[in-house]
Design a protein around this ligand. Structure first.
Ligand SMILES: [Zn+2]
Length: 124
């Protein structure tokens, strides 16, 4: 795979920034609603079962977004180190089309598929 050009890398960097911004906004909003749910259950115990379920669900969402946030942060780290766009497992360049749809991808499709099928254990 060819290395992404400087112009392509700059575009991907802009996309990463957009993701970071949108994630930050979503996180704030959800953290706020989790806090509000806590206050509700403290003042009214009558339907605490439902409240606990929805709180669990919201916390689950936050965890997923947090994972994406970590991926985006590690992509920025790779930009800094100059290894952005390289597969973290086989060190080949990740195809630009994959990066354009998933700018924080840290593995090429081959390694990603191997990890999902259990053939390869990815650990970073
Ligand atoms: Zn790979």
């Amino acid at each position: 795979m060819p290395k992404p050009t400087q112009a392509q890398t700059r575009r991907l960097q802009a996309s990463l920034l957009d993701i970071l911004k949108s994630l930050g906004a979503k996180l704030d909003h959800m953290e706020e609603s989790v806090l509000l749910a806590d206050q509700d259950s403290a003042s009214d115990d009558s339907d605490s079962g439902n409240g606990a379920n929805s709180r669990e669900f919201q916390l689950g969402l936050i965890q997923n977004e947090d994972e994406i946030l970590q991926e985006v942060r590690s992509a920025f780290k790779r930009l800094e180190l100059g290894t952005f766009g390289r597969c973290s497992a086989c060190a080949d360049w990740i195809p630009i089309r994959r990066l354009e749809s998933l700018p924080y991808a840290s593995y090429c499709i081959g390694c990603q598929e191997k990890s999902e099928s259990g053939e390869l254990h990815l650990d970073d």
